[in-house]
Design a protein around this ligand. Sequence first.
Ligand code: COA
Length: 148
Amino acid sequence: MSNKFNRYLCCKSLRPEELATFHSLCFKNAENTFSKKSMYQFLINSNYRILYSKFCLGITQVALTEAEILTVAVLPAYQNQGVGKTLVNDILLDLSSHGIEKVFLEVASNNISAISIYNSYGFTSCRIRKNYYRTENLDAIQMSTSLQ
Ligand SMILES: CC(C)(COP(=O)(O)OP(=O)(O)OC[C@H]1O[C@@H](n2cnc3c(N)ncnc32)[C@H](O)[C@@H]1OP(=O)(O)O)[C@@H](O)C(=O)NCCC(=O)NCCS
């Protein structure tokens, strides 16, 4: 799978403020976005892995053989063109190549396109957190999949 929008930049060239601004542009609700301080931590700590192109951003946290997808985000102008699906594919390939066996994530229950992507890569729901996104009155769905 390849996509002209998913040409990832080298993390060494990234700045926290650039990532935070990019992330906030992708979400309608600022509550769901990471601050510059969080992005700084993601950049300096080797437990976090970042895939970033000019159009999309994916961040994962790894611990031994398990990982959590912290975010996948695509700029609004490039959504619904396969960029998010390719990004998730690339995240899973990256995690698999680093020995990760199990991947977790959390998604809002109304995020149809994200859930559709996760389902297509074998993620299944393992827990519902009722009313987790309080301002929007939405449940969070925790999902997981096994790699290898
Ligand atoms: C969620 C997000 C990453 C998806 O990225 P994207 O590039 O738009 O997604 P893609 O185009 O690769 O794929 C979307 C899939 O959802 C499907 N989809 C979209 N709307 C749908 C609907 N209403 N019903 C069923 N399927 C739908 C599409 O058909 C497509 O699947 P397909 O390729 O099998 O046809 C993007 O919308 C985004 O960044 N949103 C804001 C941030 C966010 O919510 N991130 C997720 C946090 S968990």
